[in-house]
Design a protein around this ligand. Structure first.
Ligand SMILES: O=c1nc[nH]c2c1ncn2[C@H]1C[C@H](O)[C@@H](COP(=O)(O)OP(=O)(O)OP(=O)(O)O)O1
Ligand SMILES: [Mg+2]
Length: 206
């Protein structure tokens, strides 16, 4: 903890190396007076094996491991894309769908797997499970979901991951065609963060 302008400042560690995700969390915690760090700014990060069977289990694993080892307040996000025509794949394996953690290869594989699937059958859901842990508190767990369609080719250049393939009929745009603020209004992570904001202050004051 450190003091800033006479105020106590707590650091929250966002348990991710994905700067795309981290950016979407800063906007929530910085106005609440937290100093935000990610795993990219930590010198020694304990290895975390994400071997849970659900998004929630994986987020819990990440957050609890780090809180126990580093004695810090931690937020972990586990998220991914579930495609109906693929029985929910890539799901918890979204980051490593094509082997490595390679967004471009993952998108190529997704398009390949969906070859020949007609537009109306290309429905998908983005999911986020968020877990916040802190010493001597029970974990705070929330989630968010958004439904859309997987296009046959990429559109847009913003965002990260599968964003250029994820199309929202209500806005007639992919996630990669939205500004960060627009994406935040409709995205799985934006919804999860709003669920967090309903519960966080009470949880933190306890
Ligand atoms: O808003 C999103 N827009 C596009 N793609 C997204 C989004 N949200 C999650 N995704 C995709 C990216 C990755 O393929 C997987 C997350 O995997 P996930 O293991 O949670 O994160 P990660 O490995 O990228 O970073 P880390 O584990 O360090 O948090 O889902
Ligand atoms: Mg991951």
């Amino acid at each position: 903890m450190l003091f800033s302008g006479g105020k106590l400042v707590t650091t929250i560690l966002i348990a991710t190396k994905n700067e795309g995700k981290a950016k979407e969390f800063r906007a929530f915690f910085e106005p609440r007076g937290f100093k935000v760090k990610t795993l990219n700014e930590m010198e020694q990060v304990p290895e975390i094996i994400e071997n849970g069977q659900t998004f929630e289990e994986n987020a819990l694993l990440k957050a609890e491991t780090l809180t126990n080892k580093l004695k810090m307040t931690v937020l972990a996000d586990d998220s991914g894309l579930m495609v109906d025509a693929l029985n929910g794949a890539p799901g918890i394996f979204s980051a490593r769908y094509a082997g490595d953690h390679d967004d471009a290869a993952n998108k190529v594989k997704l398009l390949h797997e969906l070859k020949g699937v007609p537009t109306d059958k290309r429905t998908a859901t983005f999911h986020t499970s968020l877990v916040v842990t802190s010493i001597a508190r029970k974990p705070l767990i929330v989630e968010g979901n958004v439904k859309g369609f997987i296009l046959e080719k990429e559109r847009g250049t913003d965002g990260f991951g599968y964003d250029p393939l994820f199309y929202l009929p209500s806005l007639k745009k992919t996630f990669a065609e939205l500004t960060p603020a627009e994406k935040n209004k409709v995205s799985h992570r934006g919804k999860a963060v709003r669920a967090l904001s309903v519960n966080f202050d009470d949880w933190w004051e306890k």
